[in-house]
Every structure is written in C-alpha cells, then in structure tokens.
Design a binder for this molecule. Structure first.
Ligand code: NDP
Length: 788
C-alpha cells in the first residue's frame, strides 16, 4: 500500500515541524549571549544563567542576571526619558505603538518560533493565539494614546513603571503591560521571567529598530532578586505584576506605605461549569482549550470541572475518549496539542502536588499515548474522587491537570464555584441563556465565559477578584491602571490630628453624662464588647459626650452583620438611590441639630458641613443607577458585557476632621454601588455619626448595610484590614497608619485606598464622582457568544 493510502487508513498524523532556522539565526547574531536593554543600548553580558529549550534540554542562550546597579541604571534612563515621552502628543506616541504592532506582525513567525523554543508551548498556540494577540494589543493602544486626553481629561501618567511578568505567556504579558503603559505616557522597566526572556529581548530589538526614543522601554533580565530590586526601588512610581499569589502578596507588603501604584494579576483555580442542558460536544472541546491550552500553565485555566450530576457519567466518558486523541510531543510540530512544560522544576512541582492529592484519595486518569522520553512533558490528567478540601482542588497546579466534581442544582454549582480563595475566571456551559446569565453575576470572578472559554481581547479588561489580584489589563480599565489624577501631586500634608483625650483619672468623673452612644451593628444599637468608653471633648477640652471603645469583637460582629446584608448588592440601583435620597432628606430635616453638634465638637460652623453632606448623599443617590458598564465588541462573534459590581464588605475609616462629611463622603459612594459598610467615624468627633443612627433607622436602610464602630481609628483600621470577611479597605489618616493598613490587607489581598497623611478636601466636588466610585467597584467581563 502506498503511503497516502496508508495514512487514509490509519488516519495518523505525519510530522509537520516548523523550522527553527530563523530563530536560531537571530540567536546566533547575538552570539547567544545577552546583556540588558537599557537606555536604548545593549549592556555587556554580566553574570549569566542559561535559558534552555524545555522540549529537549538544549541551551538556547545565556541571559544576564540583573543586579541592583542594572536596575538603577534602567530607572535612571526611564526617568530621563519620561518627560519628553509624556510630553509627546498622544498621536505621536500612538505612531510608535503602531510601528511596534506592524513590526511584530511582520516578524510574527520569528516571534512565534522563538517563543515556542523558549517556553515549550505548541507552535499552533504561539502562532495563532499569543503573537496575534500581542499585535492586537499594540494596535488597540495606538488608539488609546491618541484619544487619551479626551477620554481621561484629568489624568496624568504615573511616571516610571516597574513591570514583572511570568513565563506562561512571555510576549503576551509583556504586551499587556508595555502597550497601555506607553500609551498613557509612562516609561517602563520590564523584567521577563528567568525561564523565558528571549522574546522580550527580541522585542527590545524591535524597539531599537523602529526608533523608539531611548529609555522609554528598558528590559532588565534576571530572577526573583532582580524583581525584588525593581519592587523596592524608590525611583519607580508604579508596579505591575503578574505571577503567583504568594509573590503578589510579598509585593503588596513591600510596597505598603510607599505610595507606589500597584496592580496585581495573580493565580486562579477557575471553575468550568457544565449544566445538563449544555451542548456536550462543544463543552468537551471548550474544556480541552480551558485546561490543556499551554499545558494548563494558564492563570485562568478552567482547572475545576463542575458537571451536573445527571450527565456526569456520560460527560466523563466522552472526555476520556477525547483525552486519548490529544497528542503530546515536539512543540514545533504543527499538529501537536500539548507541548512541553516550561522547566523541569515545574514538572517536579506538579508531580509532587499529584502525589499529595492521590494520598488524600484522588483518582488520576491519564490516557494511553506516547510522550517524548526527553524533555519536560506530562500527559493530560483527569482527577476524580476528590472533595473540595483535596490539595488538587484547592491549589493552583499550573499544569495539565483537571479536577472533576459534580453538582445537583444551580445553587450548588455557584457555591462550589465560589469555594476558593481565587476569583480570576469562570466558564459556564448551558443552552439556556437565562440560566447562564443568572449564574454569571453570582460567580466571584473577573471574567466569565459563557459557552466558550479562554477568550481574550485588548478591548476587554482582564483581571481578578479576591486573591487573584486587583486592577485590570486591557480596555478602558486597563488604561486607567496606568493613569492617576493630575491633582494628586498638589495634595498637602493633613494637619496633625488632635491628640487623643487623656483618660479621666477617676473613672467616676464622667458619671454626670447621662448617655453613652452605642455602636450600631446589624440595624441595632449595641453596647461595646469591652464596656469601656472614650470621652469626646470640645475644642476647650471639656467632655461633651462619650462613645464606646470598639474592639476586635465589635469589628467581628459588624463584619458578620455586613456580610449578612450583602443582598444589598443585588438590590435594584433605583432602590439604592431611593434609600440614599431618603437618608439625605431625613438628615436635612434635622440640619440645625447636626450643625450644632458639629460646632460643639469642632468649634466650627456646622451648617455648611451638613448642607454639603446632604448634597453628597444626593450626588451618590444620583450615581447609583448611572455608574454602570459597557458592552465591548471583540473581534469574534461575541459581546463582552463589562458589568460594574460592588466589592462586597468595605471597611471605611473616616478622617479626623469634618465629623459628618468625612464619613458621608466615603460611605455614600460605597453604598450607592451596592457595598455594605463597617464605618469607623472620626475618633475625635464621633458624635455626628452616632447621632445618625436614628436617621438611618428612619430611612429604610436595610439592617447590616451600614454598621458603625467607634473607637481608636488606627487600632480598628488594622483589625478591619486583617479581617478576611472585609473585601476592601479605605483609610483616611496618617502615613504610618496607612502603611499599617496596606500591609495588614495582604491576608486576603483586599483592595485599599489610603490617604497616606495627605489632606483630601472631601468637600471638593472632585470627590462627588468617579474618583471613589471606581474604587468602590470592580469590573466583571461576561463574554456572550452569538450566532446559531
Ligand atoms: P512567580 O510569581 O515566582 O514569578 C513571576 C515573576 O516574578 C517572575 O518574573 C519572577 O522572576 C518574579 N519574582 C519572583 N519572586 C519575586 C519577588 N520576590 N519580587 C519580585 N519579583 C519576583 O512565579 P513562578 O515562576 O515561580 O511560578 C511558581 C508558581 O506560581 C507556578 O507554579 C504557578 O502556580 C504560579 N504562577 C502563576 C501565574 C499566573 O499568572 N497566575 C504565572 C506564573 C506562575 P523569576 O521567574 O525569574 O524567578
């Protein structure tokens, strides 16, 4: 039988290798030894480490280990370049981005082959996914550069950005970071991952060739220590990081109190939910892309299959059949499905995790089929017989390992899906659009794909909830992550807070006061757990009242009440607006009384502050049904609905000054967007807020939506920041205390806003809009395909 007839009979694949010659020629042209790209020039190689091809172990090149001096030099170059670069018109900057996009398209084959050789991913993916998306990103941001001043009129770039990326999508992560940073007018120092620096170095050469002004892009190679040197460098204004949650937390701690901007795109354990009415064959194909794309080394990999019990047996059987046809092998072969993992250490890590999972009762299925004897290859694996606590269900494996569990009802699917510390992405398969669109908002994740998976586009934001990080990459949200308000640099130091009143020497001295204001928790006034009170003094030092001294237990109770009230987030925006209007109206009725209380505490005329507070409540009532999302049109038959969602429970610590407005200006945007709140009012002048209880009670505010704990701001702020039930934290106070709050927030990586000792004049109308609204919300992109 001749060969073609033979092939028709076996339907076997022949080899279809992509040639490595171009990539090898490029490496040879650099003597296979690289320094850094700093200030538009190549440095001499220093102490180097090897970059290997994980498919065969061959050394590809020697890469320089970046030192603190190298980082210094790069920061210096980026700083010098910042002024002229940010002064260019958006159109001029856009033209450079356009030139980069064109050059990447022109050399796409070289980029794709080099990426595959360095990373081990199948050429099919680097050629058809990574590199086209890289070009798309630079094209998309060409437009943002030009339209920046129109779309973000009061914003300025951060300055010098330090960007640290992982090895799973080396060039794509570079594009996601560099394109928006440059479009916004920043300059950058980027550190690629130690395993995969080569396409970043090729990119540097593209920057050189298209004539990008020197110092605008600096590439410093190295390992974790080089990354640390970037994170801790004082000359860097913003850090953007993608990688593990563990390192993300270390970076959050290292940047606490520095005022550096920060965005973190971290790990995931994304659910892949298949309902019984799904198109099963499509769901199986989707699953192959969800978990075996890039060998499962994908932060948003659909690594937790949740399948409805009624179809579980059939689905798993079909999946096993499909797994048997996945081809593992040479990543440069165009008909390979699964290539090499990035490095031997990752293979070992995955094997260790699998051993742990099996010891805990997991059953592992691997299809028969050849795997190359040499190189970092693993077979695709399916893990069953697991409980939610199994290591393989809880941990991000970052390999070709799928864990499967079943559910009975949609409610159970949501509960299982959300039973993770992560919240990056989720996939829902159902032919019932009503069901799918009902489930999507209930999943705590930054991206939800319906009847599809792993869709990405430059116009659609990507990023996580919970411990998957904060900040978005792509689209409008991604642009705003590289911009800050122009007025921020004019902020002055806040006046020092009045010292805390000296404790009464004789506790009986305060006995003449007939009433101590209580806490307000779950819609009820409650005594402080400690049974201690603190005196409230007038400007002359006379005691004018007492409030409870809140402690850890009060905060715990308040957080519990706030969590129990989270249905506020799904209350119609119109209804939330009505409640805020009603609060404003009821406060206005009692304006004289509130004004007098402000005067008693601060000595200042309170009428204006009350009027401003009423106006602010009106303003955010007005925003409740207007600050909403967008519908994006990515280049495929789908829309992506960018939904603006609340963060959850917010801890808000008001500034010492402006006893009423200081709290109202912060809680109003949080409430308008559907968050519930634990508020710590001004420690010095809390009576304006303890007086508010009756106003709250008469304004239809559901119990638990606003909870108030009085006491020492810093102590209570720290407790709130440490609490895992708090999703976000706003703190107005000193620089030292702001650092404490930011550091304490790493427990569950809550989002923070702190005033860092600066004076935010909350009476200013600039705080009446999206400044706080954007900080009280996160965007979830729901991808919805269309077409029969
Ligand atoms: P890391 O988070 O350690 O690495 C990401 C980047 O940060 C790399 O450039 C790394 O440098 C750098 N880095 C490491 N330590 C520090 C530090 N202390 N300060 C600043 N930068 C630092 O991921 P790994 O590569 O070590 O992978 C480990 C695990 O993390 C994976 O198995 C996977 O589970 C997860 N991961 C998740 C990713 C995601 O997107 N969700 C991406 C990558 C990994 P270098 O590589 O040179 O050490």
């Amino acid at each position: 039988m001749n060969k073609i007839a033979q092939i028709f009979q076996t339907l076997d694949y022949g080899p279809a290798p992509e040639g490595p010659d171009q990539a090898n020629a490029w490496l040879d042209s650099h003597g296979r030894k690289f320094g850094h790209f700093i200030d538009g020039k190549w440095t001499k190689p220093g102490k180097t480490f090897a970059s290997d091809n994980p498919a065969n172990g061959d050394k590809l090149a020697d890469i320089t280990e970046g030192t603190a001096e190298d980082v210094n030099a790069a920061v210096k170059a980026a700083r010098a370049a910042f002024k002229p670069w940010s002064a260019l018109s958006g159109y001029e900057r856009g033209k450079y981005l356009y030139a980069i996009a064109r050059a990447i398209q022109k050399h796409s084959r070289l980029f794709a082959v080099l990426e595959t050789m360095d990373n081990g991913k199948p050429i099919r993916e680097s050629r058809d996914v990574d590199i086209p998306l890289v070009a798309r990103h630079f094209y998309h941001h060409t437009g943002w550069a030009q339209h920046l001043s129109r779309e973000f009129p009061d914003a300025v770039p951060y300055g010098v950005c330090g960007q640290i990326i992982p090895w799973n999508f080396p060039l794509l992560m570079l594009a996601w970071k560099i394109a928006p940073a440059l479009a916004a007018g920043n300059t950058v120092i980027l550190k690629p991952a130690e395993f995969t620096s080569l396409t970043a170095l090729l990119f540097a050469e593209i920057c050189e060739r298209i004539g990008l002004p020197k110092g605008v892009v600096n590439i410093v190679t190295g390992q974790g220590e080089t990354g640390q040197a970037i994170v801790s460098h004082e000359g860097i204004d913003k850090i953007a990081f993608t990688g593990s949650t563990e390192v993300g937390k270390a970076i959050r701690a290292a940047t606490a109190g520095t005022g550096k901007g920060l965005s973190l795109e971290l790990g995931g354990k994304s659910p892949y939910i298949v309902f019984e009415d799904a198109d099963i064959d499509s769901a199986i194909e989707g699953l192959v892309d969800a978990i075996w794309f890039n060998q499962g080394q994908v932060c948003c990999a659909g690594s937790r299959l949740l399948v409805q019990e009624s179809i579980e047996t059939r689905f798993i059987a079909k999946l096993k059949t499909r797994m048997a046809s996945l081809r593992v092998g040479d990543p440069l072969d165009k008909s390979i499905d699964i290539g090499a993992l990035v490095a031997p250490v990752q293979v070992e890590r995955i094997r260790d995790l699998m051993k742990r999972g099996v010891a805990e009762g997991a059953v592992v299925y691997e299809a028969d089929g050849p795997v190359p004897a040499k190189g970092c290859f693993l077979k695709p694996a399916l893990v069953t017989n697991v409980s939610p606590a199994n290591t393989l269900v809880a941990e991000e494996i970052f390999g070709p390992v799928l864990v499967a569990m079943s559910f009975r009802t949609p409610e159970e699917a949501v509960a299982l899906a959300n039973n993770t510390k992560y919240g990056l992405a989720a996939t829902i398969w159902s032919e019932n659009i009503n069901l799918a669109l009902d489930i999507a908002p209930k999943i705590k994740a930054g991206v939800v794909w319906i009847n599809g998976t792993n869709n990405f586009d430059a116009a659609v934001g990507f990023g996580g909830y919970k411990e998957s990080g904060f900040g978005r990459e792509g689209g409008r949200e991604g642009m705003s992550a590289y911009l800050k308000p122009a007025w921020e640099k004019e902020l002055k130091a806040a006046p020092a807070a009045k010292p805390a009143p000296a404790k009464a020497e004789n506790p009986l001295d305060s006995g003449h006061l007939d009433q101590t204001a209580k806490m307000y928790i779950g819609g009820k006034q409650s005594r402080p757990d400690s049974a201690y009170n603190r005196a409230v003094l007038d400007p002359k030092g006379q005691t004018i009242g007492e409030v409870g001294e809140g402690n850890r237990k009060d905060i715990r109770n308040a957080v519990e009440a706030a969590r129990a009230a989270l249905s506020w987030s799904t209350t119609a925006a119109h209804t939330r607006a009505q409640v805020l209007y009603f609060l404003a109206e009821n406060l206005d009725y009692r304006r004289d009384e509130f004004a007098a209380r402000i005067k008693a505490q601060t000595g200042e005329d309170g009428a204006n502050e009350v009027a401003l507070s009423v106006e602010r409540l009106f303003a955010f009532a007005g925003w409740a049904d207007k600050y909403d999302g967008a519908v994006h049109n990515p280049p495929l038959r789908a829309v992506a609905a960018a939904m603006v969602e609340p963060l959850g429970v917010m801890g808000i610590v008001a500034p010492p000054s402006r006893p009423l407005l200081g709290s109202i200006a912060l809680i109003a945007p949080a409430l308008a967007m559907g968050n519930t709140v634990v508020l710590v009012p001004s420690a010095q002048s809390p009576l304006s807020i303890t007086d508010l209880y009756q106003v709250i009670e008469t304004s239809d505010v559901p119990n638990g939506v606003i909870n108030i704990v009085t006491g020492d701001s810093v102590t209570l702020a720290r407790t709130l920041a440490e609490h895992d039930g708090v999703d976000a934290m706003w703190f107005a106070g000193s620089a030292e205390a702001s650092a404490i709050v930011e550091k304490a927030s790493i427990t569950n990586l809550k989002q923070t806003w702190t005033s860092r000792g600066l004076y935010y004049d909350l009476a200013d109308r600039r705080f009446e809009g999206d400044y706080f609204l954007s900080k009280a919300t996160q965007v979830k992109n729901v991808w919805i395909p269309y077409g029969a």
